[in-house]
Design a protein around this ligand. Structure first.
Ligand code: PLP
Length: 444
């Protein structure tokens, strides 16, 4: 039998050195390199429930959760069984499967809140980057316009037009965008300060008839948490529509994580009737497998090939293993799961604040549903500039103190902390008991 081994390196340092020799920076996604916290990146070999293990056999309570997908915990037996069953039937067919329609039905059903359908149809792709890239192309195809509005600090993946002031790894590395993006492409993206209604009005006034869409994270979560001010998303939809433009609500991170119907589901509980034109999904929708999607009203979605003129395709789109993991995860993610995640997040966030308070460390915890993030500054944070104005230099000491006590945090202060339904009392207690020493380290 052929086995893929994780056991050849004995220490994290050896694993990192080996990887650096053959993989740029030793990583396949920049934030994994620990650039902003320093030290040796963890080489993970195994994950189960709320815990991960590195190549040295060290166990950590995990607050990364694969950057979001592991909502029901790592390697949930029902998700693993679903993937194993699918794998035994064949890894990929290059043809449609009944399971793809089942997943679309599950998603459409979950996005039906108070009798209002959030989306009519769903197209599956493999990554969040593809989902937003295709959503932008679709919005351009439908409107016949080129310009896109995005918000500073919002991350929508790494396609050319969406990298400007993008948060996530770019915030971590303090770089404004990417080399290799042609200026004429970057010029098609207008970057505005988040939560700034005047800036949105001004952009539509300055570029009348030219803006195809506003793309916005449903709740900003890639420059720390930047929650939308009450009514801001609804304002975006009303303003865009008044100018003949669309709104792409990026729920790649928030979708199925903050509620059964994502951030839109949370905002809809007040009876509001706003509806985005295109919604993008990723992360939880694939339960840890490469799967993402975009959905919207039928008349918009039917502009995609083969029905319409907007092209999108993928050899592995709707991959059967990924779809099986997504269906199993979403079927597990019932109201009780969200109650558990919400509870775990609330306890950890308030304990974090208490620990820092006790050490006199200035801080603010920003929340968006069960997502939260820490910033070393006072006051609330509403945009990217405010998120960056903080004593970020305190985070590496905090991060490493937690790591030494067996807690794996996101290796950047600009990332959200991800709790899962597998964070039981023991896992929560482990995190909480590690916080005072980390707060002391951050105070020094
Ligand atoms: N959109 C948002 C809001 C995200 O948080 C991310 C990834 O973190 C993406 C898009 C890109 O998704 P992926 O990393 O799957 O390409």
């Amino acid at each position: 039998m052929t086995t893929v081994t994780n056991e050849t390196a004995v220490t994290n340092e050896q694993a990192a050195a080996r990887a650096r020799a053959v993989i740029p920076g030793g990583v396949n996604s920049p934030v994994r390199a620990f650039a902003s916290v320093g030290g040796t990146p963890l080489a993970i070999t195994r994950a189960q429930g709320a815990r991960v293990w590195d190549v040295e056999g060290n166990e950590y309570v995990d607050l990364v959760a694969s950057w979001g997908p592991a909502l029901v915990g790592h390697a949930h037996p029902e998700v693993v069984a679903a993937v194993q069953q699918a794998a035994a039937q064949g890894l990929s067919f290059g043809a449609s499967t009944p399971a793809e329609a089942e997943l679309a039905e599950v998603v459409i059903d979950r996005l039906t809140v108070n009798g209002v359908r959030g989306i009519d149809k769903l197209r599956l792709v493999s990554t969040g980057t593809e989902a937003t890239m295709t959503a932008v192309r679709l919005a351009r195809g439908v409107t016949g316009r080129d310009l896109i509005i995005k918000f500073a600090g919002h991350y929508h993946g790494h396609s050319d037009g969406l990298l400007a002031d993008a948060g996530s790894g770019l915030a971590t590395l303090a770089i404004p965008g990417s080399a290799g993006v042609p200026a004429p492409i970057a010029a098609q993206t207008l970057v505005l300060p988040y939560n700034d209604r005047d800036a949105v009005h001004a952009a539509f006034a300055a570029h009348a008839g030219k803006i195809a869409a506003i793309i916005t994270e449903a709740a900003g979560a890639n420059a720390g948490i930047l929650a939308p001010e009450p009514g801001f998303n609804e304002f975006l939809v009303a303003t865009a529509h008044a100018h003949g433009a669309l709104v792409i609500l990026d729920e790649v991170l928030t979708g199925f994580r903050v509620s059964t119907a994502g951030w839109w589901g949370l905002e809809r509980t007040d009876g509001a009737i706003w509806r985005p034109d295109i919604v993008t999904f990723g992360k939880v929708i694939g339960g840890g497998m490469p799967l993402a999607g975009l959905g919207g009203r039928a008349e918009i979605m039917d502009q995609l090939a083969p029905l319409g003129p907007v092209y999108q395709a993928g050899t592995l789109s709707g991959n059967p293993l990924a779809v099986a993991a997504g269906i199993a995860t979403l079927r597990l993610a019932d109201a009780a799961v969200y109650e558990r995640v919400d509870h775990a997040a609330a306890v950890v966030a308030s304990s974090l604040s208490e620990a820092l308070e006790d050490e006199g460390v200035e801080h603010v915890i920003s929340h968006a549903g069960n997502l939260f993030s820490l910033a070393f500054r006072s006051g609330s944070i509403t945009n990217y500039d405010e998120a960056r104005e903080q004593e970020a230099w305190r985070y590496p000491a905090f991060f490493h103190a937690m790591r030494e006590q067996g807690v794996s945090l996101p290796p950047s202060v600009f990332e959200a902390w991800f709790l899962t339904a597998a964070h039981d009392d023991a896992a929560i207690e482990h995190i909480v008991s590690a916080l005072p020493a980390a707060a002391r380290a951050a105070a020094e």
